[in-house]
Write a protein that binds this ligand. Sequence first.
Ligand SMILES: Nc1ncnc2c1ncn2[C@@H]1O[C@H](COP(=O)(O)OP(=O)(O)OP(=O)(O)O)[C@@H](O)[C@H]1O
Ligand SMILES: [Mg+2]
Length: 271
Amino acid sequence: MAVISVEHLSYQYKDGTLALNDISLTISKNSKVAILGPNGAGKTTLLLHLNGIFTPQKGKVEILGRTIDKSSQKWVRNKVGFVFQDPDDQVFSPTVWEDVAFGPRNMGIAGEELEKRVSTALKVAGISEIAQKSPFNLSYGQKKKVAIAGILAMETEIIILDEPVTFLDPQGKKDLFSLLDQLQHSGKTIIIATHDINLAAEWAEKIIIIKEGKLLTQGDTSLLANKKLMEEANLALPIVSEIFSDYIDEAQPLPTTIKEAQEIIKRWLKK
Ligand SMILES: Nc1ncnc2c1ncn2[C@@H]1O[C@H](COP(=O)(O)OP(=O)(O)OP(=O)(O)O)[C@@H](O)[C@H]1O
Ligand SMILES: [Mg+2]
């Protein structure tokens, strides 16, 4: 079942930049999706259409079966959580605790339920110990975690993260992705925009590649091992694919994940 459907979506900024040019795609329920593309490709502009921050100028966006327009803008914000690319666009309350409480409070959650949601979100984001600090005095990585916790506390069905790993240290990155996997196991749909091709290869089930506002292609992670396509998209191959490209017959598929690479090495060692 598709939870998101985008049909012939175009979007032009006021200065005339055509940021999205006739994009159509669908995202199924409970999937893990990575949107890739070079700087300025239109990733953020597309994502801003998926939780009603932008409404379509041309074309159609449907979320959970409902068309997004001015009348459904408020509704969709409670269905789709959005972690902004820049945490400074999202974090603004006097304390971290208040900041994380902002989203669920706006949804009408109060009292014990609010306390519970905030403390759980702080805990899973690994920031309980800074709950009383001012978000303005935090490091960028910490601010990003506050923004993520705020979205978790809303418990939305769909979660979008625009460049989630920017500013996160290796442990923070690992923790975030095990958290995203847990959320997926609990039935949520997760969409990220990222420049981290290795991470997309390891984590995603579906890849969407955009360039210059157009959909270049969508499919599974094997797309990432397609040299010609990656060059066309101004993207690099995942490191494992790059390493194996010199040693594997062109007719054979290249590995995209560490696990696939290890399987190939094991087979070679057995020979
Ligand atoms: N507020 C704005 N006014 C005018 N043009 C804009 C605005 N925001 C974005 N753009 C332009 O729209 C295009 C798409 O930008 P967008 O931010 O969606 O790209 P992106 O794929 O998210 O890039 P990045 O990888 O750098 O985050 C770019 O050409 C950008 O310059
Ligand atoms: Mg962006």
